[in-house]
Design a protein. Structure first.
Length: 74
C-alpha cells in the first residue's frame, strides 16, 4: 500500500511539474507577444501623441487669438 501511495505521489508531482512547465512556457510566450505588439505599435503611439500635442498647441493659440480680437474690439 505504501508503494502504491509513493507511486501516486510521484506521478502527481510529475504531473504538477509538467503543468508548471506548460504554464511557464505559456507565460513566456504571452510576454513575448506583448513586447512584440508594443514595439510594433510604438510608432503609432508616438504619432498619436504628436497629433495630440499639436492639437493642444493650436487650441491654446486659438484662445490667445480670440482674446486679442476681443481686446482689440473693446
Amino acid at each position: 500500500m505504501e508503494e502504491k501511495q509513493a507511486r501516486l505521489d510521484t506521478e502527481t508531482t510529475a504531473l504538477s511539474l509538467l503543468d508548471v512547465q506548460k504554464l511557464t512556457t505559456r507565460h513566456q510566450n504571452l510576454t513575448n507577444e506583448v513586447k512584440s505588439r508594443h514595439s510594433r505599435n510604438q510608432p503609432l503611439i508616438n504619432a498619436a501623441i504628436e497629433w495630440l500635442q499639436l492639437a493642444e498647441f493650436l487650441k491654446v493659440q486659438s484662445f490667445q487669438l480670440q482674446d486679442e480680437k476681443a481686446y482689440c474690439a473693446a
